[in-house]
Design a protein around this ligand. Structure first.
Ligand code: AP5
Length: 187
């Protein structure tokens, strides 16, 4: 059986996951799957899911797993992911990571690589304040960084311990980060 490539982009808020995932999705012609985007779209459209998640997203808290797992299962079952995908913003805690492992085993057609974008906290805060998305205010940014350290950092350790992690410096200008990512993405 041939294995399609799944890429998992990890890193703190503002590290460039979304930007790089979008660029590489276009260049590699595989879909960019961002849980943050999916949740923001649901909030904008005021769907049932959107109404349930708005509070968490605005506060910088993680949305409860039960609201996300089905979303990911459905997305990774769609036709356009057959030759690969880039996940951005998922998994966000160790239980999401183990769920993803089980799901990928069940789907049986993907080999995946986790990539961690590293950027200093000072840079992150500067970038996010400059962007100014609804959850980019000082209080929510502070909480998102805390949540990252408490809940998401262990996901980095999880992939690292299994020798499935590649780290890339996310500090240089965009194009240089994209070039570094292309160098480390294995086919
Ligand atoms: P999500 O949308 O995933 O936000 P995030 O992780 O906080 O990440 P950001 O989008 O802020 O940063 P990014 O790393 O993608 O950087 P970006 O490329 O945008 O999640 C939002 C919320 O949804 C969460 O708080 C949570 O509530 C919920 N959620 C989502 N997924 C969930 C999950 N799995 N479980 C539970 N809850 C979940 O870049 C940031 C800025 O920096 C941009 O302006 C960009 O232009 C700039 N920039 C990027 N790279 C560079 C560079 N190299 N040099 C200079 N500027 C740069």
């Amino acid at each position: 059986m041939s294995h399609a490539k799944g890429l998992i982009f990890l890193g703190p808020p503002g590290s460039g996951k979304g930007t790089q995932a979008q660029l590489l999705s276009e260049q590699l012609t595989i879909p960019h799957i961002s849980t943050g985007e999916m949740l923001r779209e649901a909030i904008t459209k005021k769907t049932k899911l959107g109404k349930r998640v708005q509070y968490y997203v605005n506060k910088g808290e993680l949305v409860p797993d039960e609201l996300l797992l089905n979303l990911i299962r459905e997305r990774l079952n769609q036709d356009d992911v057959q030759s690969g995908w880039i996940l951005d913003g998922f998994p966000r805690n160790v239980s999401q990571a183990t769920f993803l492992d089980k799901l990928l085993l069940e789907l049986g057609k993907f080999s995946e690589q986790a990539i961690n974008l590293e950027v200093s906290d000072n840079q992150l805060v500067k970038r996010l304040l400059l962007r100014g998305r609804e959850d980019d205010n000082e209080e929510t940014i502070r909480r998102r960084l805390e949540v990252y350290r408490e809940k998401t950092k262990p996901v980095i350790d999880y992939y690292q311990q299994q020798c499935r992690l590649t780290s890339v410096d996310g500090t240089p200008p965009l194009e240089r980060v994209t070039a570094s990512l292309k160098e480390v993405i294995t086919t």
